[in-house]
Design a binder for this molecule. Structure first.
Ligand code: MG
Ligand code: ZN
Length: 224
């Protein structure tokens, strides 16, 4: 009983800073995307595939959240994408203060879209708002079609779902209908894009949807 109020305090402090992050993104005209998935689903591959297909002139930056290392951040930098690495030092999710510390390194450069690769984990990242506009959950066929049933909180928090590795679905006996029913049990509205970052299947439709989300953002005057 006594620990419950402490948890609530931590979450509300995070939410207050998430609101600040949202205001900073809004002021910069940058669409924030919280990219959540289990390890290996293809978060980094999706960000790279998205970057390669964004309309010309739409500037992407990335925050890489990892327990340790900078492998994914190096991949972003190699692709010419501005990136900040956050190492959580063992922590299993990003939180709003971590993102706040990274924003000054990226937003002043005229960013239109900020994709934040969260730590690979289908549980607690959904519980910590970062201030982003879009919660993206990346699922993948090798994980199995039962993931929405086993991690309903994550799929309930999604604004959009991409189902990656569609090209190998048959190898894993992946049941698309069962997956979709599981998502719909907890989330009636989020679009589901079936994609393969390896073959490019379906990625354009996802990028079109994402670009449309940026297009409806309020337009602040850009300062040079
Ligand atoms: Mg990654
Ligand atoms: Zn965590």
């Amino acid at each position: 009983m006594t620990k419950i109020p402490v948890v609530q305090q931590i979450l509300s402090a995070n939410d207050a800073i998430a609101d600040e992050n949202r205001a900073a993104l809004d002021a910069a005209g940058a669409l924030g995307v919280n990219v959540m998935a289990s390890p290996g689903a293809g978060k980094t591959s999706l960000i790279l595939a998205t970057a390669a297909r964004l309309p010309a002139g739409l500037r992407l930056a990335v925050i890489e959240g990892d327990v340790a290392g900078r492998i994914d951040a190096d991949a972003m930098a190699a692709a010419g994408i501005p990136v900040v690495q956050i190492n959580t030092g063992g922590g299993c999710h990003l939180d709003a203060p971590m993102v706040r510390s990274a924003l000054p390194h990226l937003l002043p450069d005229g960013v239109d879209m900020l994709m934040i690769e969260n730590v690979g984990n289908l549980i607690c990242p959904a519980g910590f708002a970062l201030g982003t506009h879009v919660n993206l959950v990346v699922a993948s066929t090798p994980e199995g079609h039962d993931k929405p049933y086993k991690y309903p909180g994550m799929f309930a928090a999604a604004d959009v779902v991409t189902l990656n590795k569609a090209d190998v679905a048959a190898v894993f006996d992946f049941d698309f209908d069962a997956f979709q029913r599981g998502v719909r049990m907890v989330n009636p509205a989020a679009p589901i894009f079936v994609i393969s970052c390896r073959t490019g299947e379906g990625v354009n439709a996802w990028v079109d949807w994402l670009t449309a989300q940026h297009a409806v953002m309020p337009r602040p005057p850009k300062h040079s």
